[in-house]
Write a protein that binds this ligand. Structure first.
Ligand code: SF4
Length: 346
């Protein structure tokens, strides 16, 4: 299998050009075609000579792959399905992953996947139900940005699709490098949010080295209750995650938010709101309350609207900024893992 160019840094592209006896400026042209213009084939790189393109394509694959299926919601949300081949202990596994493009006024946000399936086993999540089918490569992740119809219009991204991004951090941090580098997409880190359930050692790396926003899936402030739906709590307690986050500055451009999916009768009474207030007091942050879309074999429904509003108001009245997140793409099963899950059952 040929190595992919998508995901290489400018330095690596220069090295490749040197090995192929191509002029160094070809590396800069390559980076521009791949990351600024986001072309899908060598043929489109018209200012690179045909001979140079042939030398490159003989040894390297560009790494751009067309999406397989697409579902479009009435609200404009679009869900793309990609086929990926990931190395696993059992050999190469082919799986389906998804990326969701969410339009909102002038914004076009892409929710990207970082793994095929997931090993974290959160009980309320369809991706978790599928088990783990491998890490996506850097080019698999970047391809989600490049091959969708709205590639040129994208304004923001969230690592909130399938998988736990900090469990595939080497690839994810390289993608962030490509997105933010001058020779890459040239995006400000403010346009990027990484969402995690709190994998502590990698979270520390992320907080030390990146300037992107952070979203933490919290869902319950009580350790025993959180553990019952999120096994990660056994290894990395949410209290420790918040303790780590408190060591970093979120008063400037970088923001931290906490995702809190509302399950009726499980995490939605005032004892939970008050524990959340105690946990987050003094931290510059926002809590997003999320409506839950019921999945099979999970005992809880979404909390009623009145409960969500009361919960939100309790937090806001006690100094914790809290909003109820609007649901997008419900008619196309936009909840995490739904499209890929359905696809694999066909
Ligand atoms: Fe994995 Fe995220 Fe689903 Fe948990 S919620 S199983 S971390 S994809």
């Amino acid at each position: 299998m040929k190595d992919c160019l998508l995901g290489k840094t400018l330095g690596e592209l220069k090295q490749i050009c040197a090995e192929l006896s191509l002029k160094s400026f070809v590396a800069t042209q390559l980076a521009q075609w791949m990351y600024s213009k986001r072309v899908r084939s060598f043929d489109e790189m018209t200012n690179i000579s045909k001979a140079s393109r042939e030398a490159l394509s003989e040894k390297y694959d560009l790494g751009v792959r067309e999406y397989g299926a697409i579902a479009v919601s009435q609200d404009g949300t679009k869900k793309y399905l990609f086929e990926v081949s990931c190395p696993t202990a059992a050999g190469i596994e082919t799986s389906a992953v998804e990326a969701v493009m969410i339009p909102d006024a002038e914004r076009r946000t892409l929710c990207v996947s970082s793994q095929a399936g997931c090993k974290m086993g959160c009980r309320f999540c369809m991706t978790g139900r599928q088990g783990f089918h491998g890490n996506l490569s850097v080019s698999d992740i970047l391809n989600q940005f490049i091959s969708i119809d709205e590639s040129a219009e994208l304004t923001n991204t969230v690592f909130m699709g399938m998988g736990e991004p900090l469990d595939n951090y080497p690839a994810v941090s390289r993608v962030i490098e490509v997105l933010t580098a001058d020779w890459g997409f040239g995006w400000s880190p403010k346009r990027i949010t990484l969402s995690t359930i709190g994998v502590l050692p990698k979270l520390k790396d992320f907080l030390e080295t990146q300037r992107c926003h952070l979203a933490v899936s919290l869902h319950n402030p009580f350790a025993d209750e959180r553990k019952s739906i999120m096994p990660v709590q056994k290894a990395f307690a949410i209290s420790e995650v918040v303790r780590l986050i408190r060591q970093y500055d979120f008063s400037g451009q970088r923001r931290v938010s906490f995702e809190y999916t509302m399950f009726a009768g499980f995490n939605d009474d005032f004892s939970h709101a008050d524990a959340l207030i105690r946990l987050l007091r003094g931290l510059e942050c926002r809590v997003n309350l999320i409506r839950f879309h019921k999945i099979p074999d999970f005992p809880y429904d979404c909390s009623p609207e009145s409960r969500m509003i009361a919960f939100r108001d309790r937090l806001n009245d006690n100094g914790i900024l809290c909003t109820i997140r609007s649901s997008r793409g419900e008619d196309i099963l936009a909840a995490c893992g739904m499209l890929a899950g359905r696809h694999s059952q066909q």
